[in-house]
Design a protein around this ligand. Structure first.
Ligand code: HAS
Length: 542
């Protein structure tokens, strides 16, 4: 790595792990409160829930992703351009200032609006300004990645682009489209309302614009994990890419289908005609396909590697995988947990089944096993080689062991937590409420065991997060100096024909993505504005 590229990526990654540290303290308190081992005052409950969600779901993910994607782009296009670095640093400082301001507002009790922050919950205007800084900063980070990718293409006309840089560009393009919804919500609705410039807010529209952003947000979290699974993992386990074209199709399908699906978060919301919900549900089932393709490619990669090493029986390849290498073990456990997580997602997206689970702890269980397990475990496994690759150090066998312990505890904690959350959800326990006694009804008493399991999961996760913090500090300052590579798998058959040229035609894919968004959102949003034109009195109720 060029020193300048490495320090840019590292700056992002460090903030990500600072966020995990703060988020884990808030998470422990949440878990203990849910398990009825402590009782937080209700105002503090919402404040801490917001801190936990924002730190883990927004700050940790966004900073880690941009740092990781910058590093992988730099590695595969032969270094970032000066323009990329400048954009990366300006974006970074905007995001850091936004994070500091937003955290201060949450801790001061001025922004207990949960990580989804849509109306009618209202925060101080400074919280929304902080969010604006974070989003605009992340755009600049994205433009930084685009700049280096475009520069490479300009200098290598007609050649297939490097796979990792391609994935980074697709991820940041998806982010660019997704954040338009939340930018509109924050700028035209939340900021004017919280400053008191307008007396009312259209709640339905606020939620619609949020979920326009909220679902592609989850794929913004997932795609960098997929980049690791497709590009880094084969190299770590000593094999080649399964395909150079299939992952590109996967990423393009995500670019097309991630956004026009937001109504699957609003299936139970009056005000949106069922026909539009049905369209979003159909497209949601479509966005499952690239994940199934990914599962197929991963199984194939593992099997090919096993066969290369002489595995003969049907599942012989399974026992030969390098489980004692934390760089593999973390992401692998993430993949494993993503199987039940994906099944849960498909249940959520099935219109009628969502009526059973919506707004219950099931959904909380779903996102702990997706972003909190599949994605987080992949990012942890990645950090154990990414940080040393960036700061010129090495992961020692002892640190590898500490990493394995940390990942193992995270898997155990997350299993306890998400199994109990899913079960409690099916038993009817609502999510996001500080009032959980329900006059001590007999139904609630049946929940006691699972609530305790949830709290135990929270405690184990907290211990894992503290070990993680120690490991990261170790890697940053105390690991021995040396060379660590950013692992990039080679193509199995390196022929230019292996990637059809259509996959490099960004204009085509971006245009289809925009058209799909327009089809899925124009009419329903128009109807919502008609229902509650700007200036009309009162909240839209639902
Ligand atoms: Fe979701 C709610 C539907 C995926 C995150 N989701 C949420 C929320 C979050 C979230 C944060 O339709 C809550 C938001 C809130 O606060 O209200 N979700 C889906 C669907 C998928 C899905 C259909 N979600 C994710 C991912 C997330 C995430 C990924 C984060 C990263 N989700 C929903 C719906 C709701 C929802 C509804 C709203 C519910 C409600 O009522 O509010 C799909 O994308 C899932 C597809 C995944 C698969 C799995 C493929 C498996 C792979 C691993 C292979 C393993 C290997 C290793 C190879 C089909 C790729 C194996 C080795 C061996 C040896 C076995």
């Amino acid at each position: 790595f060029d020193k300048k590229d490495a320090s840019l990526s590292l700056a992002y990654v460090v903030i990500a792990f600072l966020a995990i540290f703060i988020g884990a303290i808030a998470g422990l308190l949440q878990g203990l409160d849910r398990g009825h081992l402590i009782t937080l005052p209700s105002t503090l409950y919402y404040e801490i829930l917001t801190a936990h969600g924002v730190m883990m779901g927004v700050i940790f993910t966004t900073f880690f992703i941009i740092g990781f994607l910058f590093a992988g782009t730099a590695r595969t296009v032969g270094g970032l351009t000066n323009l990329s670095r400048s954009l990366g640093w300006i974006g970074y400082w905007m995001m850091v200032i936004g994070t500091a301001l937003g955290t201060a507002e949450i801790l001061a009790g001025n922004a207990s609006v949960l990580y989804t922050f849509y109306a009618p919950l209202k925060a101080s205007p400074f919280f929304y300004i902080a969010l604006t800084l974070i989003v605009v900063g992340s755009w600049l980070g994205g433009y930084g990645i685009f700049a280096s990718f475009v520069n490479w293409r300009r200098n290598h006309k007609g050649q297939t682009t490097p796979l990792f840089a391609y994935m980074a560009t697709a991820t940041m393009a998806l982010w660019q489209i997704a954040t338009l919804g939340v930018a509109a919500e924050v700028l035209f609705q939340l900021i004017p309302w919280s400053f008191g410039w307008v007396p009312t807010i259209d709640v339905l529209l606020s939620r619609t614009l949020f979920w326009f952003f909220g679902h592609p947000l989850v794929y913004f979290w997932l795609l960098p994990a997929y980049a690791c699974w497709y590009v880094n993992i084969p190299k770590i386990i000593g094999t080649k890419l399964f395909s150079n074209a299939l992952p590109r199709v996967t990423f393009m399908l995500f670019l097309l289908l991630s956004t026009p699906v937001g109504f699957h978060h609003q299936l139970l919301e009056p005000g949106i005609p069922p026909s539009w919900k049905a369209l979003h549900v159909a497209l949601t089932m479509g966005v499952v396909i690239p994940s199934l393709m990914t599962a197929f490619a991963l199984f194939a990669t593992f099997e090919i590697r096993g066969r290369e090493r002489g595995a003969k029986s049907l599942f012989g390849w399974f026992s030969s995988l390098p489980y004692s290498d934390v760089r593999f073990f973390g992401p692998f456990m993430g993949m494993l947990m993503f199987i039940p997580a994906g099944i849960g997602g498909i249940i959520n997206a099935s219109f009628q089944l969502d009526e059973v689970v919506h707004n219950t702890l099931w959904v909380t269980g779903h996102f702990h096993i997706t972003v909190g397990a599949a994605v987080a475990l992949t990012f942890f496994g990645t950090a154990y080689w990414l940080i040393p690759a960036l700061n010129g150090r090495v992961l020692t066998p002892r640190m590898n062991k500490m990493g394995l312990l940390q990942v193992f505890l995270w898997v155990v904690g997350m299993t306890f937590m998400s199994v109990s959350m899913h079960t409690l959800g099916l038993l009817g326990e609502p999510r996001r409420t500080a009032f959980t006694n329900y006059l001590n009804s007999p139904v609630v008493q049946e929940w006691a065991g699972m609530r305790l399991t949830l709290a135990i999961g929270g405690i184990i996760l907290f211990i894992s997060a503290m070990i993680l913090t120690a490991n990261i500090v170790n890697l940053l300052f105390f690991a021995p100096k040396g060379e660590t590579e950013f692992p990039v798998a080679e193509e199995a058959a390196a022929t230019p024909e292996s990637v059809p040229p259509i996959l490099e035609r960004w204009g085509v894919w971006l245009s289809i993505a925009v058209v799909l968004v327009l089809i899925a959102y124009t009419m329903p949003v128009y109807d919502q504005i008609q229902l509650h034109p700007p200036g009309s009195k009162g909240f839209v109720t639902w």
